[in-house]
Design a protein around this ligand. Structure first.
Ligand code: SF4
Length: 441
C-alpha cells in the first residue's frame, strides 16, 4: 500500500439506509486510492454521514460534527441532516461542504476539491462487493430511495423525495457479488419495499441476459436463487405481498416479514395518513399463516401520537393481542422538525406516552415469551454472528434480523465462527432470546 495515499476519517450515523450510503462512499474512496483511517490525527479530512430523523439524532449529528471540527478541522457533512434547511451551516459554519443523503457524486466532488485524489488509484484492490460496514456475513441491499407516502410524522419524503427504484439488474448484480464475497444473509431495505418498481412501471431490466421485471415478487424469486438467506424489511401489507408468502413456504426466501404498521386505531391511522383498514390486515396475516405456518412477523408501533385517546390505545392493545406478532418494536411519538403532525391538536403528555409504551411492551413481552417457549426442543439452522461483549457466542435463527430482534445464545458450542451455519437444538428461552446447544445427528 502506498505511503502517500491521502487519509480520510469517516463517521457513519443513522439507519441501515444511511449505512448503505456510507458503504458506497467508502467503496468509491478506496477505489480512487484514498485510505480510510479511524484516527482524527491521521486523517487529512473527515466525512460525517448524519441522521436527521428525530431530535436526538439531530443533536448527536451536530455534536459529532463539532467534535470532528475540534479534533481535525476539515469536515465534509453528508446525510439526512444535510437536507434539513441550513441547520448544519448555522451550527457549524466552518464545515467545508454539506450534502443531503444519497449524494455520492457531490460528496466525491467535495473530497476532490479539498483533498485531491492520488494519481495511482488502487482500483484493483477493491473487492467486487465494495467496502461493507456490516460484518462480513450479512449485508443490507438497498433497492430504492425515497417514498411516495406522506405519513404526517415523517420527513423522509421531503428529505429524500419520491420513490426512485434501482433497476433490478443492478440490484441483482450487487447481490450476486455480495454472496460471492461470502455474505450469507441479504437484508432487503428501502422505505417501502412493496412499492419497489412502481415508479418505473415495473420496467423489465436484465440480470445478465435474463429479463426480469423490477418488482418485489420477481426480486424475491431471483434473490432466492443465490443460495443466501434473504430477509424482507419494510413491507407494507398490500394485496400483492401475498405473492411472496409461497416463496417463504418453499424455503426460497426466509419466512420473515417486517411490516411497519405504526398503529391499529382507524382514527390514528387516518391522522398519520397511513392505510387504515386494520381488519383487512388481520385477515391478511391469517392468510399468510395458513400458507406459511412458521412465518415470523415483525412490526413497529408508535404510542402517544397526537389525538390518541384511551379508546385508540385500547384498540392498539387489542390488535397486539389478536395479531400475536413475533417481534414488535415500539416508540413514543416525538415531533420531528418539519413534520406536519407537529401542528396536530391534542398532543399527548410525555408521561402518558411512556406509560402506554410500557403497557404495550409488557403485553408483547408475554406474547414473545410464550412464542419462544414453544420453540424449546426444536431443531433449527442458525447463523453464527460471533462473540458478544459478555463473552457469549451468539447466533440468529431465521426468525431474527440483526440489531432489531432477539438472538440465539449458543451453549457449549466450540469451533464455530461468525458466518457459519450450524444445526442446533433449542434448550431454553427468555422473553426475547433463545438458548441452544449444537445438534449432532
Ligand atoms: S412510509 Fe411513511 S414513515 Fe415510511 S418513509 Fe414513507 S412517509 Fe416516512
Amino acid at each position: 500500500m502506498s505511503q502517500t495515499a491521502p487519509n480520510i476519517g469517516f463517521i457513519s450515523l443513522g439507519c441501515p439506509k444511511a449505512l448503505v450510503d456510507s458503504e458506497q462512499i467508502l467503496t468509491r474512496l478506496r477505489a480512487e486510492g484514498y485510505e480510510i483511517t479511524s484516527s482524527y490525527d491521521d486523517a487529512e479530512l473527515v466525512i460525517v454521514n448524519t441522521c436527521g430523523f428525530i431530535e436526538s439524532a439531530v443533536e448527536e449529528s451536530l455534536e459529532t460534527i463539532g467534535e470532528a471540527l475540534a479534533e481535525n478541522g476539515k469536515v465534509i457533512v453528508t446525510g439526512c441532516l444535510g437536507a434539513v434547511g441550513d441547520t448544519v451551516m448555522q451550527n457549524h459554519p466552518q464545515v467545508l461542504a454539506v450534502t443531503g443523503p444519497h449524494a455520492l457524486q457531490e460528496v466525491m466532488d467535495a473530497v476532490h476539491a479539498h483533498l485531491p485524489k492520488p494519481h495511482d488509484p488502487f482500483t484493483d484492490l477493491v473487492p467486487d462487493a465494495g467496502i461493507k460496514l456490516t460484518p462480513q456475513h450479512y449485508a443490507y441491499l438497498k433497492i430504492s430511495e425515497g417514498c411516495n407516502h406522506r405519513c404526517t410524522f415523517c420527513i423522509i419524503p421531503s428529505l429524500r423525495g419520491d420513490l426512485v427504484s434501482r433497476p433490478i439488474g443492478e440490484v441483482m448484480t450487487e447481490a450476486e457479488a455480495l454472496v460471492k464475497s461470502g455474505v450469507k444473509e441479504l437484508l432487503v431495505i428501502s422505505q417501502d419495499t412493496s412499492a419497489y418498481g412502481v415508479d418505473i412501471k415495473y420496467r423489465t431490466d436484465f440480470w445478465g441476459s435474463r429479463p426480469i421485471k423490477t418488482r418485489m415478487t420477481e426480486l424475491a424469486k431471483a434473490l432466492g436463487e443465490l443460495g443466501a438467506w434473504v430477509r424482507l424489511h419494510y413491507v407494507y401489507p398490500y394485496p400483492h405481498v401475498d405473492e411472496v408468502i409461497p416463496l417463504m413456504a418453499e424455503g426460497k426466501i426466509l419466512p420473515y416479514l417486517d411490516v411497519p404498521l405504526q398503529h391499529a386505531s382507524p382514527t390514528i391511522l387516518k391522522a398519520m395518513k397511513r392505510p387504515g383498514d386494520i381488519e383487512k390486515t388481520i385477515r391478511r396475516i391469517e392468510g399468510w399463516r395458513e400458507i406459511c405456518p412458521d412465518i415470523t412477523l415483525r412490526s413497529t408501533f408508535i404510542t402517544g401520537f397526537p389525538g390518541e385517546t384511551e379508546v385508540d390505545f385500547e384498540l392498539l392493545l387489542d390488535f397486539i393481542e389478536e395479531a400475536q406478532l413475533d417481534r414488535v418494536g415500539a416508540f413514543t411519538y416525538s415531533d420531528v422538525d418539519g413534520a406536519t403532525a407537529n401542528a396536530l391538536p391534542n398532543q399527548v403528555a410525555e408521561e402518558l406516552k411512556q406509560e402506554r409504551l410500557e403497557q404495550l411492551m409488557a403485553l408483547q413481552a408475554q406474547i414473545s415469551a410464550d412464542k419462544l417457549a414453544a420453540k424449546v426442543g426444536q431443531q433449527m439452522t442458525v447463523l453464527v454472528d460471533g462473540i458478544s461483549e459478555d463473552g457469549l457466542l451468539l447466533a440468529r435463527s431465521k426468525a431474527d434480523a440483526p440489531e432489531v430482534d432477539g438472538v440465539v445464545i449458543l451453549d457449549g458450542v466450540e469451533n464455530a465462527e461468525a458466518g457459519d451455519l450450524i444445526e442446533v437444538e433449542i434448550t431454553g428461552a427468555t422473553e426475547h432470546d433463545l438458548i441452544a446447544v449444537q445438534h449432532n445427528p
